[in-house]
Design a binder for this molecule. Sequence first.
Ligand SMILES: O=C[C@H](O)[C@H](O)[C@H](O)COP(=O)(O)O
Length: 258
Amino acid sequence: MPADLSPIDRAKYAASRRAVDFVEDGMRVGLGTGSTAAWMVRCLAERVKAEGLKLQCVPTSTRTAELGRELGLNIVTLEEAGWLDLTIDGADEFDPELSLVKGGGGALLQEKIVATASDRMIVITDAAKEVKHLGAFPLPVEVIPFGWQASRTLIAELIGGSDVMGHEITLRMNGDQPFRTDENNFILDLHLGRIGNPRELSLLLNQIAGVVENGLFLDICDTVIVGYGDGRVELHDMAGREVGDEPVPGNVFTDGDL
Ligand SMILES: O=C[C@H](O)[C@H](O)[C@H](O)COP(=O)(O)O
């Protein structure tokens, strides 16, 4: 493990390093977006370089595509890959059922398309993202810019009448302009506190005109790998929890790669 990382980066690195062990030669792999996924892309590129793996990698954002290309990964489109063996991505929250909130970085739409076009999704996180109930992290909802205020009004009516507490909705900003996704859409962040029924909320949100997708990932994630600052990892899957207390082997990076 690189020596001079902060504890949080060490945790992200440990989870990433373990996750790329699941990649095999010849696989078609979805690459997530965000600071944790960026570590995974670096770890994967190191494995490809060291072992000569032949992969097709489908990124979930322009940011990830650029990083992957810079590091020499074979970046292809989802159309070219057709279907994926595995997607590895970060998350903003996960619960005991491995339901997720994603989209803190605004990439939820491509992330959901790529993850659901994969045989398996592995999520890599640090321990702070484990929650009993989803919702403390504001739920991102991608909306088209046309009529976004009307979509917001309808969302406010929906969440005001459902079993979630509170209903502040904020338009995500980038400086003094609305944040734009890779598809040029807006993001509304729903400050819910706690989501009592994620399935119902997800279905109802996606029925609102103007809503493209929401950041709830339900029945999509197969495994969560939690990394810790000391290099340990824990694997959570639907069959229960397996704890790995061996530090992830390190020294895969040179300073230049960081
Ligand atoms: O849109 C961004 C993604 O859903 C990210 O995977 C998520 O926000 C987690 O990002 P990070 O690893 O930077 O905390």
